[in-house]
Write a protein that binds this ligand. Structure first.
Ligand SMILES: Nc1ncnc2c1ncn2[C@@H]1O[C@H](COP(=O)(O)OP(=O)(O)OP(=O)(O)O)[C@@H](O)[C@H]1O
Length: 200
């Protein structure tokens, strides 16, 4: 189980963004989270994914703190794939760096093998985002945080990606936190939905 226990965060010279925020995600469970713009959902996502350190509180997996070094068992997929990918590497290199190829996974996300030879700038936003999702799902990922993962994408790509995430979550027992302003999407993909303002 992923436990977010009483975390608090404030950016330098700013008031508390949230205090004593807690939530739990079970393996294989998809938890949707909504909340007003600027309330701190992405900041919380970055804390859970290990990109930011909380000022108070802890993140535990099965009762243990997440090791600071090595593979992070919580992987984050952001809204803007172009900001998450090194533009100087071909897609193949990006994949190799993150732990290698899983042909079945690539196929299930609709990633064509010829895209692997391309540079990031030679792929559309939707194609790049599929790569980011595939990269997040390579290896022994235990939890996935999808922060507005498909907001910029067309309905078909959105449906394909979420179909794959739902299937993989159940098959591999990966817990998922889906952050979105799209209530219809959250209702479709989530086992339960939390309002961000109710957890802090
Ligand atoms: N690096 C930063 N330094 C200072 N303030 C920041 C920084 N990053 C974000 N903020 C502020 O923190 C607040 C929360 O931002 P965050 O992106 O976490 O909210 P959010 O709930 O994800 O918003 P949205 O739904 O619009 O994506 C905002 O007021 C934002 O301006």
């Amino acid at each position: 189980m992923l436990e977010v226990k009483g975390i608090s965060y404030r950016y330098p010279s700013s008031p508390w963004l949230f205090r004593h925020l807690s939530l739990r995600i079970m393996p294989g469970e998809i938890v949707g989270i909504s909340g007003y713009s600027g309330s701190g959902k992405s900041t919380m996502a970055q804390i859970i994914g290990g990109y930011l350190k909380p000022d108070e509180g802890t993140i535990l997996i099965d009762g243990q703190a997440i090791p600071i070094f090595g593979f992070h068992p919580v992987q984050l997929v952001w809204q803007h794939p172009e900001r998450a990918i090194n533009p100087k590497w071909r897609m193949k290199q990006i994949f190799e760096e993150s732990g290698g190829f899983d042909q079945k996974l690539l196929a299930s996300l609709g990633i064509k093998s010829e895209w692997l030879e391309r540079w990031p700038r030679e792929l559309s936003g939707g194609e790049l985002q599929r790569f980011c999702l595939a990269r997040a799902l390579v290896g022994d990922v235990k939890y996935l945080v999808a922060d507005e993962m498909t907001t910029m994408l067309d309905a078909i790509t959105q449906a394909q990606m979420w179909h794959a995430v739902k299937r993989l979550a159940k098959e591999r027992n990966i817990g998922v936190l889906a952050i979105s302003h799209d209530q219809h999407l959250l209702k479709r993909v989530s086992d339960r939905i939390i309002n961000f303002t109710e957890i802090n």
